[in-house]
Design a protein around this ligand. Sequence first.
Ligand SMILES: O=C(O)CCC(=O)C(=O)O
Ligand SMILES: [Fe+2]
Length: 198
Amino acid sequence: MTLPTPPYQLDMPDAEVWYYPRFFSTEASKAYYLELLQHIPWKADKVRMFGKWIDQPRLTALHAINSNPYTYSGLTLYPEPFTPALQQIHSKLQEELKESFSSCLLNLYRNGNDSNGWHADDEKELGKNPSIASISFGQDRIFHFRHKTDRHLKKRIVLEDGSLLLMKGTTQHHWQHQLPKSKKPMQPRINLTFRNIL
Ligand SMILES: O=C(O)CCC(=O)C(=O)O
Ligand SMILES: [Fe+2]
């Protein structure tokens, strides 16, 4: 029986970001990865960028306990209910963090060519200082932060299988984040971001 690794806070001014390396065991992560890969209705939705509709460089899905839609980059998503796996993950998250989340935006990065460009999760339906709990299953991927005004403030972290990254407080006001492409061969990665969509 190995003890869980405690979370640590990233050294970032104007932000509150916590990393929990083994939030899920290797076994649980593998089981959730396979389950979600098969049973989530992954979609290739287009977003609006510089006046054009373009494919997102990843597949996505939205699941929630309510029916509130989520709009970003000109795309409005209407949620499906939580699957049994999402219900389990959601319960563990709420119990351990003592916070509640209504919705889960899921990303499937099929290979190193899939990515998520610079953005902040600052849509108004997320509320003023949103808590966003981001879970990773599968391939380890690099994740970057950059400060919005002080551009030489940067942070790089590897998001490992079974990890949780918690962004809260003023993080989305002052920082952007991205998941860059990689030239190395990459297996798929599933990312779950739990949020409150009001
Ligand atoms: O895949 C990730 O780790 C990040 C996802 C993300 O930033 C988002 O969906 O808003
Ligand atoms: Fe994000």
